[in-house]
Each structure stands twice: as C-alpha cells, then as structure tokens.
Design a protein around this ligand. Sequence first.
Ligand code: SAM
Length: 329
Amino acid sequence: MQPLVDTWGREIKSVRVSVTDKCNFRCRYCMPAEGLEWLGRDEILSFEELTRVVRVLAAMGVSEIRLTGGEPLVRRDLPVLGRMLAETPGVEDLALTTNGVLLDRLAEPLVAAGLRRLNVSLDSLSHVRFAEITRRDALDRVLAGLAEAERYPELRPIKVNCVAVRGFTETEVPALAELARRKPYVVRFIEFMPLDADQAWREDEVLTGAEIRALIEERWPLVEVPAKASSTARRFRFADGAGEIGFVNPVSEPFCSSCDRIRLTADGQLRTCLFSRKEWDLKTVLRSGASDEELATFVRFAISHKELKHRINEPGFVRASRSMSQIGG
Ligand code: SAM
C-alpha cells in the first residue's frame, strides 16, 4: 500500500495510541486537582477496535506504536492489547509512556507481550517535590517500577522524562542528571507546553533545554551525539563517558518539520498534531461498518490536512481543543 505522506512531504511512521483518559496522578502541568470528567466506557475504543486501526495504519507504513494515556497502565489487561498490537503485521516497535506507578506489577507481562521501549515520567527525586508536582506521594513506587523494568534487557532504552517548569525544575536537575550517570536510563527534559488543563501555562514558565543544559554543564560537560532525523530530542552524553541526557525543546526549538507522528485519542479521534484544533472522528467511521479500505481512505484524508507546525511562539496562538491527558501525550 502507498505510504502515508502529508501535503508537506512528511511520511507518517509513528502513532501514539491513548488507551484511556483516566490517570492516577494529577500533575500540575497536565491535569486539574479534581473535576476532569472521564469518558464513558462505550466511548473508549475496545482492544479489537484499536488493533484494527493499528493494522490499517501499519499497512500504510506506520510501524512505531506508542501506548499512552491518561495513564495507560490503569487500562485493564493492557498486556493483552500489547500482544495483539505487537503481533500485528507491520508493527516493528511497541513502546509505552507511563508514570510508572503500576510498573512493578506490569513490566514482566508487558515485556512478554512484546513491549520493547519504555518512557517513565519522573519530575523529581525528592519525595516532597515529587508529591508537590504530581499531587501524589508515589515516588518510591515509581522507582520500584523503574527497577523492575531494568531487569528486562529486551526493554531498552528506558527513558525518564521530566517536564521542565521554571521555578520548579532547576533544583531537581542535579539529582536527575546524576540518575542518568548512575542508572541505565536516558534522562530527558521536556519543555512545558500549553497543554495543561488549568490553562495556567505562561511562556515565562518554560525552562528551556538550553538553560538546563547550562545548569548540568556547570558540573558535568556534555557532548552532543547524533539523533535520528525524526527524533524529538537532542541527545548528549557526559564527556567523561557515563550516561545520556536528552532535551525535547518543542517551544524553543520546534521540530515540526521532521514530525512523523499522529495521535489516536482514547475515544477514537485521530489528531494530526498535538496542538490540533480539529479531530477526525475515526470511531464513528469504525463503528459504522466501514471496510479497511474506507478506514485507510479516511486516514489519508485526515493526514492530508496535517498542520505544517504548531504556532506556540506566534501571536494569536490558540490552545489545542483538549488538554494533554485527554489527548494522550
Ligand atoms: N501518564 C503517562 C505518563 O505520565 O507518562 C502518559 C501520559 S502523559 C500525558 C505523557 C507525557 O506528557 C508525560 O511525560 C507528561 O509529563 C507529559 N506532559 C503532560 N503535560 C505536559 C505539558 N503541559 N507540557 C509538557 N509535557 C507534558
């Protein structure tokens, strides 16, 4: 089948599949303390529906699947879905983004199902600061989850993602950099984006990758290493050899020109950009008895409308139609 190429010539290779909008954390930069309404059971795509969408996408060359949410590990029987997706023809890479709190129980069945790459979100190694940002006292469980994941050599790389918020993250940087030196984890700092449900984001709260790099280099010089063209991160190793650090700089150094991603929300809406204002209702097409060919045609039409870029830095920027936990980060 023809590959999926948008009107700007970008080939779509990767899909982020949100399996639930529910989350057991309430990170300040993502969710409100309370009050976000969950989707109803029937609104969420079933494992069969998700696998069918992935099969249609994979036939068009979308070979990288990343499970996300909400918190994907709260979706019941996630390893069953993992296996269904890993066994889908054309799927070459199954990855997961998680807060890690249920990983100590789920790492083993997920690896057995075919999970090969893991991102764990972790914003602080201090119990007090962790609870402050996530509104949950769960640091030890996240670290236990990471330790469990580390036991499976098939599961590499293990990345630790920290959202960098000015006024919070500066003090956390040394311990997180030290984690990258001491553990087989690639620690990555991600710039705070205007996707928080509270709509409190301000540009001056974005702690840039360059600023964090300078903080780290006060103590440990870094050397840039080449990244894949489609990579969202700039990669660095410590000059003295131990460990890797990454910077995902969507605000200060947008990487839209090499974007090869689309997203599927838990309620079956296709999004062609994290910042889309428009969603494509794949669920309705799926549930109306469409053939695989009809699904593929619908997807191609949506991709032909993929945005050139997000416009965070431009005057008149309008926020996405939903917040991060509802989209699937
Ligand atoms: N619950 C999972 C987790 O914590 O990784 C998966 C979903 S979460 C929405 C995916 C990623 O988005 C996490 O790394 C999270 O820190 C990040 N994120 C959430 N809100 C963000 C924001 N406003 N700016 C940048 N990253 C954000």
